[in-house]
Design a protein around this ligand. Structure first.
Ligand code: IMP
Length: 181
């Protein structure tokens, strides 16, 4: 089975392709940037983006939207994760967290699948902590500062794909997809 994934992010595509392999699903890459509305919930962002994209991309396809939610910062950066990464980055987040004892955070991934008629979303979440400093050389984005069981995603390499928010959302999506064909 083959399904198209629209993203401009090569690292995301590589992760999704590898996870797809383990489910016997071939993931094709539509390399494309698109506008994401800001605010609301990740589900709203993913749904609206998929609806707009359906005018430009052949269906069926899927997209995904992720966000880092830091508990002590009341969920910040959340749906603003992309803008915050581009502006203050990992150094900025570590500075905001200086002196804060509660390091709990969640990474959330929402997949939106457009079949040509309707959109279905799938959500995956992993609980972790904001590290005290950046560690690790793999991955992208917030990977060097997001820890699960004492190791950052950037220290895990491909092992990230066994526990990540993206893995958990894809697990739901791919098993639904396999059943519905
Ligand atoms: P978006 O889903 O591309 O909007 O992601 C929001 C922000 O979170 C971007 O800055 C990404 O680089 C970052 N991000 C998304 N997924 C991950 C991940 O798996 N690890 C680390 N950072 C991520």
């Amino acid at each position: 089975m083959k399904v198209r994934f629209v993203t401009s992010n090569r690292s995301k595509f590589e992760e999704v392709r590898k996870i797809g392999d383990s489910y016997g699903i071939e993931v094709g890459w539509v390399e494309k940037e698109y506008m994401e509305p800001q605010g609301g919930e990740l589900e709203d962002v993913a749904r609206i983006s998929a609806e707009i994209l359906a005018n430009e991309v052949e269906t069926p396809f899927f997209i995904e939207d992720s966000g880092l939610f830091i508990h002590a910062l009341k969920g910040f950066p959340g749906v603003y994760s992309s803008y915050v990464f581009k502006t203050i980055g990992n150094e900025g987040i570590l500075r905001l967290m200086e002196g804060i004892k509660n390091r709990d955070a969640s990474f959330v991934c929402v997949i939106a699948y457009h079949d040509g008629e309707s959109i279905r979303t799938f959500r995956g979440e992993v609980k972790g902590k904001i590290a005290g400093e950046m560690r690790g050389g793999y991955g992208f984005g917030y990977d060097p500062i997001f820890e699960v069981d004492g190791r950052t995603f950037a220290e895990m390499g491909d092992e990230k794909n066994e526990v990540s928010h993206r893995r958990r959302a894809l697990e739901k999506f791919f098993s639904w997809l396999a059943k519905s064909f």
